[in-house]
Design a binder for this molecule. Structure first.
Ligand code: BTN
Length: 273
């Protein structure tokens, strides 16, 4: 499959943004960058405004949640396909939105990423709370929400054309192409823009139901961290807008979604948070 060149990105992404805006979506402008450290930081440097969609052909220092790095899989990984030249394999895009409740932004972005992946894969995917998109037990997309009083920066990374991974990621990461969907990154971004527009317009109840259908954490044993303390037990319910209920040896606890993180999951397929 040949790669759609960077020159086509500005027009195609602008058209996707205009379609979304015409349908009531929150986007106004697409900004395409050839190489950035992180699209999250580029949004700040560019003084981005709500409605901007910042897409990078190549991201060299992507960030993940909880201070982790987000690797596009390029470093140390085999080239995607000989005919593809050396185009990077992942989607890295930051949607700049007006600030709102962080639980809702995390939820809507995770569902949008899941829907975009499903559209190309043709089968349902799982979501590991809060918003890791999981295919065949491995992570295919992740979401980073950062916001202040003025701007929300919703960063989404999707693995698209990776054929291999550095050793430390091999057991836990997967791409669309590894899962059987050979698709161009630009096409995935177009799908993501419409998915995010739909999810942004959806009510919390619709989003919670979309999460419930894909929820992989409920029913698993896990270690959660909240307020400096760790809680180990069985996750018995998740309301992504409010909290997680965990049955521990000392009893049942409800931990707030906004300030709780997953330390470890003991379930088939993925064991690292
Ligand atoms: C995670 O799963 O921990 C979140 C990963 C988020 C990665 C995306 S890629 C676009 C945006 N820019 C970044 O530096 N991070 C996010």
């Amino acid at each position: 499959m040949s790669v759609i060149p960077l020159e086509q990105w500005p027009d195609r992404l602008s058209a996707a943004v205009i379609r979304a805006a015409a349908g009531g979506g929150p986007f106004r402008r697409a900004v395409v960058l050839r190489e950035v450290d992180s699209t999250q930081d580029a949004a700040l440097r560019l003084n981005a405004a709500p409605g901007d969609v910042i897409a990078a052909w190549e991201q060299t220092r992507g960030r993940g949640r909880l201070g982790r790095a987000w690797s596009s899989g390029a470093r140390g990984a085999a080239p995607a396909q000989a005919s593809d030249g050396d185009a990077p394999p992942g989607v890295a895009v930051t949607f700049v939105l007006a600030p709102e409740r962080s639980e809702r932004l995390a939820l809507l972005a995770g569902i949008a990423a899941a829907e975009a992946v499903e559209a190309h894969l043709g089968r349902p995917v799982g979501v590991k709370w809060p918003n890791d998109v999981i295919v065949d037990g491995r992570k295919i997309a992740g979401v980073l929400v950062e916001q202040d009083r003025v701007l929300a920066r919703v960063g989404i990374g999707i693995n698209v054309r990776q054929r291999d991974w550095p050793a430390d990621l091999r057991a836990i990461a997967i791409s669309l192409s590894q899962a059987g969907a050979c698709v161009d990154r630009l096409v995935v971004m177009e799908t993501l823009i419409s998915a995010l527009w739909r999810c942004w317009m959806a009510t919390n109840d619709v989003l919670k139901e979309a999460f419930r259908r894909r929820d992989l954490l409920t029913g698993a044993r896990a270690v959660l961290r909240h307020d400096g303390r760790e809680y180990e037990g069985l996750i018995i319910g998740i309301d992504p807008m409010t909290g997680l209920t965990i049955e521990t040896a000392k009893g049942r606890q409800v931990l707030p979604a906004a300030t709780t993180s997953v330390v470890q999951v003991q379930a088939d397929g993925f064991t690292r948070a």
